[in-house]
Ligand binder design. Structure first.
Ligand SMILES: *Cc1c(COP(=O)(O)O)cnc(C)c1O
Length: 427
């Protein structure tokens, strides 16, 4: 495969961008080599700067559930952009999008922001303001964006780059973040007991997807709900990945557990920078200007971004009875291809991770046992066969409505080959 242009662009980038990228997960540190620079995408396919084409399972890390450059979404953005890119004054689309998010999730009010990081950070500030408490509980290996208090034992790029605790976060501040074990409610209960009356909230990925996909064990989310209720703390579901993906109503609907607050992002922006936090009216009313918890944004509720998000949610709602069952089917096909190749998989609908390990992980400790050299071989073999997956064992694969049967078939053959190579090399 010719990577001349990507290599040149990467050399140029490294001179002005730290590590040559604007987000660490884009670099190929864990697998080696230069990242592909992408020129364009359509449907389930991307084309790099050298004209190589790949079936894409990164899908911008989750937002593109309808595929790249879906025509209705592009048209909505073009039309909104022609009317002005930003006003810093309210527009009707913001209300429509908040209504759509609330209708699907069961939240009563929402505040639009620009990134999942902002959504999680703001939801936590709100939980602290509402409860008058400072401490929070998160789970090791879960990622909730890069705000200071959440870069403690974090997943995603922090895990890939072996820096779960970022430099630059004051120890005094990190002490307010208590860390429990995913799928182990007793570890959260112990933290509640040793910090009585001090915990404002528990924040959790209802399906962990930033240490590779690790589904919630039966009863885990329900136990967190009970613990929060018993201790006067709020439960925050970080549905930045799972919202509108694991079901139209997200993980809360899928598992039948209602959080007090949600963080949304990725899909609700349809590929544009947009996110939201949402929840019960009584709590959301505490946000300024109706309440005393301050949070603001020059570009929040941006016209082009809300147009992309609204159109995406509109299409998902209209075709949900076809889209979600079809995503489930395609996910199941990929899952069996990995299993047949001897690689265990965790999967919730269109969200899945193959693991180079003896069995599919149920915890962060299990995830850490994966064979990363085998993953790197698998990654290279997949790319060579025209399949673009995330350059890390600790990330999810994302399916979209645009993935064709033909490309799923091609992917299954690549999986058989790439897993075979990886397991042979490291058997
Ligand atoms: C991606 C992600 C975030 C952060 O969103 P950004 O838009 O990258 O800031 C937060 N939480 C989860 C679960 C995510 O996957």
């Amino acid at each position: 495969m010719n990577k001349t242009n990507s290599q040149r662009l990467f050399e140029e980038a490294k001179r002005v961008l730290p590590g040559g990228v604007d987000s660490p997960v884009r670099a190929y540190r864990a697998v080696g080599g230069a990242p592909l620079f992408i020129a364009r995408g359509k449907g389930d396919t991307i084309e790099d700067a050298d004209g190589n084409r790949f079936v894409d399972y990164v899908m911008s890390w989750g937002p593109l559930i309808l595929g790249h450059a879906r025509s209705e979404v592009v048209a909505a953005v073009q039309s909104a952009a022609a009317d002005g890119l930003s006003f810093g004054a309210p527009t009707g689309r913001e209300t429509r999008l908040a209504e759509a998010i609330c209708a699907a999730s069961g939240a009563e009010m929402a505040r639009l922001v620009n990134s999942g990081t902002e959504a999680c950070m703001s939801a936590i500030r709100l939980a602290r303001g509402y409860t008058g408490r400072d401490k929070i509980i998160k789970f090791e290996g879960c990622y909730h964006g890069h705000s200071d208090g959440l870069l403690v034992k974090a997943g995603s790029g922090c895990l890939t780059g072996a820096m779960p605790d970022s430099a630059g976060v004051p120890a005094s501040y990190a002490r307010e973040t208590l860390v429990a074990d995913y799928n182990d409610p007793a570890s959260a209960e112990a933290l509640f007991n040793s910090n009585r009356g001090e915990v404002a909230c528990v924040i959790v990925e209802p399906v962990a997807a930033n240490m590779g996909v690790v589904p919630p064990a039966p009863g885990f989310l329900q136990a967190l709900r009970r613990l929060c209720d018993a201790n006067g703390a709020l439960l925050i579901f970080d549905e930045v990945i799972t919202g509108f993906r694991v079901s139209f109503g997200g993980a809360a609907a899928l598992y039948g557990v209602r959080p007090d607050l949600f963080a949304f992002g990725k899909i609700i922006g349809g590929g544009m920078p947009l996110a939201a936090y949402a929840g019960k009216r009584e709590i959301m009313q505490c946000v300024a200007p109706s309440g005393k918890v301050y949070q603001a944004g020059t570009l929040s509720g941006n016209p082009a971004a809300t147009a992309a998000g609204l159109k995406t949610l509109e299409i998902l709602e209209k075709y949900k009875d076809e889209i979600y069952p079809s995503l489930e089917e395609k996910g199941a096909e990929l899952e069996s291809a990995y299993r047949e190749a001897g690689v265990p998989v965790n999967r919730v609908g269109s969200l899945l991770s193959p693991f180079f390990a003896k069995e599919a992980p149920a915890s962060y400790a299990d995830v850490k046992k994966c064979d990363l050299a085998a993953f790197a071989e698998y990654f290279a073999a997949m790319q060579e066969r025209g399949i673009y997956v995330a350059p890390s064992q600790f990330e999810a694969m994302f399916l979209s409505a645009a993935h064709t049967e033909e490309h799923i078939g091609k992917t299954c053959s690549a999986i058989a080959f790439a897993c075979g190579q990886a397991l042979k090399g490291n058997g």
